[in-house]
Design a protein around this ligand. Structure first.
Ligand SMILES: Cc1ncsc1CCOP(=O)(O)O
Ligand SMILES: C=C1C=NC(C)=NC1=N
Length: 222
């Protein structure tokens, strides 16, 4: 059982190579994609079942449990995007919520000491999320992305530099169109790691792609 809120240093480690996955992002069985990503060394997993063909109801819950079990076998924390009910029902390690979802304060009250991630696109949103008890912020989209239909305009790594220059010290992860070519600059701009969907789930060799992100995030954060 978790004892108290996660420490910043531990949260920064978990954010290094953060795989966000859902069945719409997978060319093959999501469990196989996840197992390859885990074998490549991803440090944190978020179940985000959104987009065309996304599962619902019992099949959604069954997939969540299947992917969570794979993460548990490898000691990698498993977070659920948006669906706080599902996260609590399967005793996930935490949730990631957007600005439009339940206000972070209410979510914190419901999940206790579990990990709470909040999306932020501006300094005001970041400061509010810090105040509301987020354990980390997801910042982006950094680059153009095809994986989120309603994504805001890409902001480039400069948003990360601005947040750090403005005094945001909370763990931050960059997300949105990040590849192995750009992960380094995202971390150098101030992120503790990178959150990735397609550059891993759509890679020809998933395990190899994941391990390259791991090598880059370790090299850049040392
Ligand atoms: C969930 C999310 N939030 C901002 S961009 C994005 C999608 C990132 O997917 P990809 O890594 O494939 O660009
Ligand atoms: C929108 C998002 C932003 N950041 C992260 C880490 N996950 C998301 N689903």
């Amino acid at each position: 059982m978790r004892s108290g809120r996660i420490e910043d240093a531990r949260m920064r480690q978990l954010l290094q190579t953060y795989l966000v996955i859902g069945s719409p992002n997978c060319r093959e069985e999501p469990l196989r994609v996840l197992e390859e990503g885990l074998a490549g060394g991803v440090t944190l997993v978020q179940f985000r079942e959104k987009g065309p063909g996304a599962l619902t109801g019992e099949s959604l819950r069954a997939l969540a449990l299947q992917l969570q079990a794979a993460c548990r076998r490898r000691g990698v924390p498993f977070l659920v995007n948006d669906d706080v009910e599902l996260a609590l029902a399967i005793n996930a390690d935490g949730v990631h919520v957007g600005q439009e979802d339940e206000v972070a304060v209410r979510v914190r009250a419901r999940i206790g000491d579990r990990i709470l991630g909040v999306s932020a696109h501006t300094l005001a949103e970041a400061e509010a999320a810090v105040h509301h008890g987020a354990d980390y912020l997801g910042i982006g989209p950094i680059y153009p992305t095809a994986s989120k239909a309603d994504a805001e305009a890409p902001q480039g790594p400069g948003i990360l530099r601005m947040l750090r220059a403005s005094g945001i010290t909370l763990p931050l992860v960059g997300i949105g169109g990040i590849t192995t070519e750009t992960a380094g600059e995202v971390i150098r701009a101030g992120a503790d790691g990178v959150a990735v969907i397609s550059a891993i789930t759509q890679a020809a060799n998933i395990r190899e792609a994941a391990s390259r992100f791991v090598a880059i995030s370790v090299a850049e954060s040392s």
